[in-house]
Design a protein around this ligand. Structure first.
Ligand code: HEM
Length: 389
């Protein structure tokens, strides 16, 4: 590897004296990533470095995305960002190869497209009523997703206020999502054990808890997948509602799938994914040491002007053709592709189907990238038939 350039020679967004990129990463990561990508492109590359307290690189080419997401031996999940967030630090999220494949093999059937059909009616019935006047799409999406997840996982039996209290810290700014909450987690665990016991005693339970609870570590997977499910799905739904209010011609059952795809391209709730290098790597003439924090970004890759026409515009019609391979990754890819991808689609499309034509109120929401990428609320909309006050 003698002639390779070191990681430190890669382009980078402007660092701050003393803190490198940590401060901007915590406050406003999207402009930081956009600037890094711009500088990488200006230098003819697609990889840039970040100083986040340890050596880090973010790549956004299809080749990079494919390698990071499919080479599970080299690109490890242990020691990555989810490790910092107790809600998702464990279970399948931090299981590495070779155990990961077997574990997914056990979990996948519960979340398969056809298996979820059995839950569709229950999920649909859990939708909250749509407000009549002007309302906050983010708040409505939050309640709708909470109830629809409760229906899918627990047939609606999990106490709603406890579920809400459990998930709320995840959408606050750091350090809130990273704080240990032993008492809250113990209450959730006790409720899960109680509901699982009742299903066992009754010899029934065709909801997700009923399927997952008997698996080894099943209750932990329930807790972790719920945490992975809620804000991602809520934010995707709220953004899509906003786009449908702005572009009402897409607010039809036939238009919803393309509108959702396009929304997830522009505002992927999982805006960044992380791995650690389990072995040193040579990439495009650069030497990346073992232990490097390796990032891919569904946000940056799906807005790359070299791969997408008019990347900043909402154009669902672009989905008449498949996207360039490995550039569109709102659910990740490879063996670690989102476990709940079909459940998220089911919930979001059923929620959208309940909504009347909408009109936007006010300006476009401002994006905010915390654990997930959401709009800063409120996201104000009103039924289109009603005149503005
Ligand atoms: C629109 C909604 C959602 C989005 C955008 C989303 C996004 C993602 C992404 C990008 C990943 C890959 C992370 C990585 O490998 O770096 C992922 C993984 C995961 N997601 Fe989702 N997700 C959504 C909904 C859900 C739901 C409803 C569940 C419930 C089961 C869920 C559970 C998981 C789990 C458990 C993983 C880890 C899979 C593994 O590592 O094998 N997600 N998700």
């Amino acid at each position: 590897m003698a002639r390779l350039t070191p990681l430190a020679a890669l382009p980078e967004p402007p660092p701050r004296p003393g803190s490198g990129h940590l401060q901007d990463w915590a406050r406003a990561p999207l402009p930081l990533l956009e600037e890094g990508a711009r500088r990488a492109r200006d230098g003819g590359g697609s990889l840039f470095r970040l100083r986040l307290g340890l050596p880090a690189v973010l790549g956004f080419s299809p080749e990079w995305n494919r390698r990071v997401l499919t080479d599970l031996g080299t690109f490890r999940s242990a020691g990555t960002f989810p490790r910092l967030v107790p809600f998702i630090a464990g279970g399948i999220v931090l299981t590495d190869a070779p155990g990961h494949r077997a574990r997914r093999g056990v979990l996948n059937p519960a979340f398969g497209r056809s298996e979820l059909e059995a839950l569709r009616e229950r999920v649909r019935l859990a939708r909250p009523p749509v407000p009549t006047g002007e309302f906050d799409a983010l708040e409505w999406a939050d309640r709708a997703v909470l109830r629809m997840l409760n229906a899918a996982y627990f047939s609606g039996e999990f106490p709603e206020d406890l579920l809400h209290a459990f998930l709320a810290p995840l959408r606050r700014p750091f350090p809130s999502p990273a704080l240990p909450r032993p008492r809250l987690f113990a209450r959730v665990r006790a409720e899960l054990e109680w509901l699982a016991l009742r299903r066992r005693a009754a010899g029934s339970g065709d909801d997700l808890l009923g399927v997952l609870a008997p698996l080894p570590g099943g209750l932990e997977e329930v807790r972790i997948s719920l945490a992975a499910a809620h804000d991602t799905t809520t934010h995707a739904l709220a953004w899509t509602m906003w786009h449908l209010a702005r572009h009402p011609q897409w607010h039809t059952r036939e238009g919803h799938p393309a509108a959702l795809k396009e929304t997830l391209r522009l505002y992927p709730p999982g805006w960044m994914g992380s791995r650690r290098l389990g072995a040193e790597l040579e990439w495009d003439g650069t030497h990346l040491p073992r232990g490097t924090l390796v990032l891919y970004s569904p946000y940056v890759s799906a807005r790359d002007p070299e791969r997408w026409e008019a990347p900043g515009e909402f154009r669902p019609q672009r989905w008449q053709k498949p996207p360039p391979a490995w550039t569109y990754l709102p659910f990740g890819g490879g063996e670690r592709i989102c476990l709940g991808m079909h459940l998220a689609h089911l919930i979001i499309l059923e929620a959208l189907a309940a909504l009347p034509p909408l009109a936007p109120v006010g300006d476009d929401p401002v994006p905010w990238a915390g654990v997930t990428l959401g709009p800063v609320g409120p996201v104000r909309v009103r039924p289109a038939g009603e005149s503005a006050p």
